[in-house]
Design a protein around this ligand. Sequence first.
Ligand code: CTP
Ligand code: CA
Length: 233
Amino acid sequence: LAAPRATGALAGRHVLITSGPTHEPIDPVRYIANRSSGKQGHAIAAAAAAAGARVTLVSGPVSLPDPPGVTVVHVETARQMLAAAEAALPADIAVFAAAVADWRTADAAGQKMKKDGSGTPALALVENPDILATIARLPAGRRPGLVVGFAAETENVIAYATAKRARKGCDWIVANDVSQSGEVPGGVMGGDSNAVYLVAAEGVEHWPMAAKSEVARRLVARIVEAVGPIAQE
Ligand code: CTP
Ligand code: CA
């Protein structure tokens, strides 16, 4: 029996999504990470699946369940996230919602570091690969047709996001002002709502504060508008 054909506006499309933080080990018990709950990225994965897409979600460590109907690849570090994203290609659409650690330790200790009285340790850091920029700059054919990045900023949100879009080579940037309060103490980060700007070549749209699930549905609706349905054979 043939598998039932998916229905929905993204039926036949493969969507790659990164979500959550990455953890970069310092030693076996300590790590460097960004604040990220994964709620926004996981909500986008769920919304894309609900629209009929085949979805690969590459997730850093989060305390969320795997969204139903989504293939989830669990990773820890930025380098693992890049490898998993590359392995998931080809994709028609890629959305990079993860809060990737910009740096990792040059050399993680093999054993737990101890307070041995010789002073505080110095951490030597090296830059992590930029997953979004790596995939956005793939040659045509290998590059997903629509590449969407995120930007978390605390000031000059539109200006920084516009510059980031050009620097990374992506089509859209979904920018949020993480200095805003959101709905819960602690704000947008970890909260359930988000206010964003969608920065595209055509201009900037402001989407007012809404539930992350609603922001996800709206983003997927814009993706559907941008890519259109697959032509029927
Ligand atoms: N990103 C990525 N890999 C990295 C760093 C960032 O894929 N090593 C992606 C994020 O998932 C996001 C976008 O790039 O979609 C922007 O992330 P952000 O941290 O805002 O940008 P940076 O280029 O790291 O700049 P900065 O942190 O200095 O503002
Ligand atoms: Ca960063």
